[in-house]
Write a protein that binds this ligand. Structure first.
Ligand SMILES: Nc1ncnc2c1ncn2[C@@H]1O[C@H](COP(=O)(O)OP(=O)(O)OP(=O)(O)O)[C@@H](O)[C@H]1O
Length: 240
């Protein structure tokens, strides 16, 4: 049994229009798994469906064997699945510290230890803890959004295109932090347009196409698979 299993899920935003069309996906404890694929393939939709923001029309989602298919987003958070959306992922008018505290709103008890772990992972956030989040750079904002999800000490983090709109140097910074969070034991689903980099740092990956899992394999296998390279990584094969 996998930690998370998405089985034959159909989901969409408009009646009778399926975006996910029988997608299968699994995540083992502690794994880092990339989800790549062309624009509109349904990557973000899969992330939203796992987070409970979209209800599957068919299929099931289980967490450690428990059916969570129809749980609400707040119930899914409580089960230990943290979701970091692509946009609007921080409260701009609140300080960094306040943003982190909001992240732990469902947790009782002392938040100090949790905040300490976030600040240890992201020293730059510690330096700016009393600054409003709206004044942060794109990369810092992304780190705050991940920090906020860490405040729930989730067993799974679902990251929707954390590298979107970041410069290449910042992408490397953000990806290094993702690796670090994963090394601390959090399993990660990494939805990415930056396919090559995402696969290179992942245990496994999925290529989504038209709402279905088209390929699945080790990150390195997918990177070296000529079909995947040609279609999804922009690699042009030399003529024989
Ligand atoms: N809120 C929405 N209402 C209606 N359709 C939507 C909504 N969000 C996404 N879609 C549609 O769902 C399809 C898949 O979108 P999704 O964002 O999941 O793709 P993606 O693989 O993440 O693509 P990208 O790499 O471009 O972000 C697209 O055709 C998109 O137009």
């Amino acid at each position: 049994m996998s930690l998370l299993e998405v089985s034959d899920v159909y989901a969409g935003y408009i009646p009778d229009v399926d975006i996910l069309r029988g997608v299968n996906f699994r995540l083992e404890a502690g794994e880092l798994v990339a989800v790549i694929g062309p624009n509109g393939a349904g990557k973000s939709t899969l992330a939203k469906t796992i987070a409970g923001l979209l209800r599957p029309r068919l299929g099931t989602i289980t967490l450690a064997g428990e059916d969570i298919t129809y749980l609400r987003p707040n119930q899914i958070v409580k089960k230990g699945i943290g979701y970091v959306p692509q946009i609007a992922n921080v409260f701009p008018s609140l300080t960094i510290e306040e943003n982190l505290e909001m992240g732990a709103f469902i947790k009782s008890g002392n938040l100090k230890g949790l905040k300490g772990r976030v600040y240890e992972t992201f020293p730059r956030l510690a330096e700016r803890r009393h600054q409003r989040a709206g004044t942060l750079s794109g990369g810092e904002r992304q780190m705050l959004a991940m920090g906020r999800a860490m405040m729930l000490d989730p067993q799974i983090m679902v990251l929707d295109e954390p590298s979107a709109a970041l410069s290449p140097a910042l992408v490397n910074d953000v990806f290094a932090k993702i690796k670090e969070i994963n090394a601390q034991g959090t399993a990660i689903i990494l939805v990415e347009q930056n396919a090559r980099k995402a696969l290179a740092m992942s245990d496994r990956g999925y290529v989504l196409e038209m709402g279905k899992d088209r390929y699945e394999g080790l990150g390195s296998e997918l990177l070296n698979d000529p079909k995947v390279g040609e279609l999804y990584l922009g690699i042009v094969r030399a003529e024989p």
